[in-house]
Design a protein around this ligand. Structure first.
Ligand SMILES: [Zn+2]
Length: 197
């Protein structure tokens, strides 16, 4: 079992997948809530997005994760549904506009190997939440792992300065363990780099 605090991929400069459109649908409740739980990015997102942060909800449903946004406690750009939900196997939920900064990492957090230790990671990152209880009995499905890699590949093709993919645990090791030790990081890494190098 791996320590989720070690989950870290650096994306090679000068190589990326060909652009493609992600199988995503706007989650209308999340999108409405995003008005009150996201912020403008200080710089042009096309050039300033440098990281993708992988989270797991520690909950059991898309609805539960969306209610966190409705209560303005946190926000994220995509939500990967769980096995027992109708979207599973078909599409991910777009929960907030990529052009907005979501609230998924504390502003004081940093990692010295992620953008040279820059803080305010939300300003220059995208957040992916995978619906998973993060307890022993709830494995990540193959599709959840594959589609999470597809989200990264989509962003990698779109944002020329995207350089890092890291777990929330990597950035906030004292408070967070997500996506947890059961997330198959090596398989996720292989899927992310498929056909790229
Ligand atoms: Zn998290």
């Amino acid at each position: 079992m791996r320590d989720p605090g070690d989950f870290h991929l650096d994306l090679p400069a000068g190589a990326c997948p060909a652009p493609f459109s992600l199988p995503e649908k706007i989650h209308r409740r999340a999108w409405a809530a995003a008005r009150q739980c996201t912020a403008p990015r200080p710089d042009d997102p096309a050039l300033s997005i440098r990281a993708v942060v992988i989270h797991a909800t520690a909950g059991s449903s898309t609805d539960g994760a969306v209610s966190v946004m409705e209560e303005a406690r946190a926000s994220f750009h995509w939500l990967v549904p769980d096995e027992n939900e109708h979207a599973h196997g078909s599409f991910v939920w777009a929960s907030a506009p990529e052009a907005r900064a979501c609230w998924h990492v504390r502003n004081s957090c940093f990692h010295r190997h992620v953008c040279h230790g820059a803080r305010r990671i939300n300003d220059w990152s995208l957040g992916v939440e995978i619906v998973n209880a993060q307890s022993g009995g709830d494995a990540f499905s193959d599709w959840q792992v594959r589609i999470t890699a597809e989200i990264v590949r989509y962003a990698w093709a779109k944002y020329p300065n995207l350089a890092h993919v890291v777990s929330h645990a990597r950035l906030d090791p004292k408070r967070r363990t997500d996506p947890g030790p059961h997330f198959p990081w090596e398989a996720f890494k292989r899927l992310t780099f498929k056909d790229v190098r």
